[in-house]
Design a binder for this molecule. Structure first.
Ligand SMILES: Nc1ncnc2c1ncn2[C@@H]1O[C@H](COP(=O)(O)OP(=O)(O)OP(=O)(O)O)[C@@H](O)[C@H]1O
Ligand SMILES: [Mg+2]
Length: 280
């Protein structure tokens, strides 16, 4: 279990540091800044690291410019990334030049051009476009097991063997569907249901209502890992913030399931860790 503990130690510390600098950026000068741009279905997140790859600033915005990993509002995406970039540049008193971005697994042949153009359109030099689970694993540092990224629109699955991604999949079930279930059950608008869901105080009450959709995600995981000797599940993505989701997944899949303290920023930080100064 050594690997599990040490992986989460690094991950939890990095995420904690990132949460701090979102509130209070570190403005001491760095010779270079590395930015990770995560264009998600629910959130656009920018994570900025210094020359030593330590978090110095971050910002995020709820947005609907991406659907199931595809950029559907190209102009809107550029505008938001540009605004977040400017906001962070002002706070840091420095220009952000280099960025990396990521794609859900399996969509690269379709969409890597669009993501790259959004990041460039916002004024960055793009240095890397990687797949999301590989990004997440830069933070988790898992050798063997499956990383399950339950985001807004999709659930990304990446099986690792000896630290390398050997199988990936992306399925269109995510937090958006959780909110739709709640909107129906509670007769709320989608936005109200999503907000209600994000409040940790409500999680205990929500778990029974969300159980069927969590079980569906569990069956998706089980189906994809069936032919691989996976012994452990690692959860990331905003939807995994839900208290108790890990217990249902453990029960349904019969596999020990781990999640870091805040699974929401793992992928954006992993993207930033993969940013370099070499322009693509
Ligand atoms: N505290 C919370 N409790 C429960 N759900 C949450 C919480 N915070 C965020 N979420 C949910 O997490 C989802 C967004 O997660 P994330 O930021 O990982 O997705 P994304 O990267 O934008 O989407 P995708 O990866 O599918 O493109 C939303 O559905 C949101 O409602
Ligand atoms: Mg995501």
């Amino acid at each position: 279990m050594e690997t599990v503990n040490s992986a989460f130690q690094y991950c939890d510390q990095l995420v904690r540091d990132f949460e701090k600098v979102i509130e209070a950026p570190i403005v001491t000068k760095s010779s270079v800044y590395y930015t990770g741009v995560d264009l998600g279905t629910a959130y656009i997140v920018l994570a900025v690291l210094d020359e030593n790859y330590q978090p110095v600033a971050g910002a995020y915005r709820f947005a609907h410019v991406v659907k199931d990993g595809m950029v559907v509002d190209y102009i809107g995406a550029i505008r938001i990334v540009k605004e977040l970039k400017q906001e962070l540049e002002q706070k840091l008193g420095a220009e952000l030049i280099y960025a990396a971005a990521a794609l859900p697994p399996g969509t690269d042949s379709l969409d890597s051009g669009a993501i790259k153009h959004v990041v460039q359109g916002a004024g960055f030099e793009i240095t890397n476009v990687l797949d999301e689970p590989t990004a997440a694993n830069a933070v988790l540092k898992i050798q063997d097991g499956v990383i399950v990224d339950i985001g807004g629109g999709t659930t990304g699955i990446a099986i690792l063997k000896d630290g390398k991604v050997i199988y990936v999949a992306d399925e269109p079930t995510g937090g958006t569907h959780f909110s739709l279930v709640l909107a129906g059950a509670y007769k709320m608008s989608f936005d109200d249901a999503d907000q209600y869901k994000r409040d940790f105080k409500n999680h205990r009450e929500l778990i029974p209502v969300l159980r069927p959709v969590i079980e569906k995600v569990s069956s998706i995981i089980s189906r994809h890992i069936r032919e691989y000797p996976v012994k452990e599940i690692y959860l990331v993505g905003g939807t995994c913030c839900l208290n108790g989701i890990e217990d249902i997944i453990t029960k349904q899949t019969n596999l020990p399931t781990y999640k870091p303290q805040n699974p929401m920023f793992v992928t954006p930080l992993g993207i930033a860790l993969n940013c370099t100064q070499e322009i693509l």
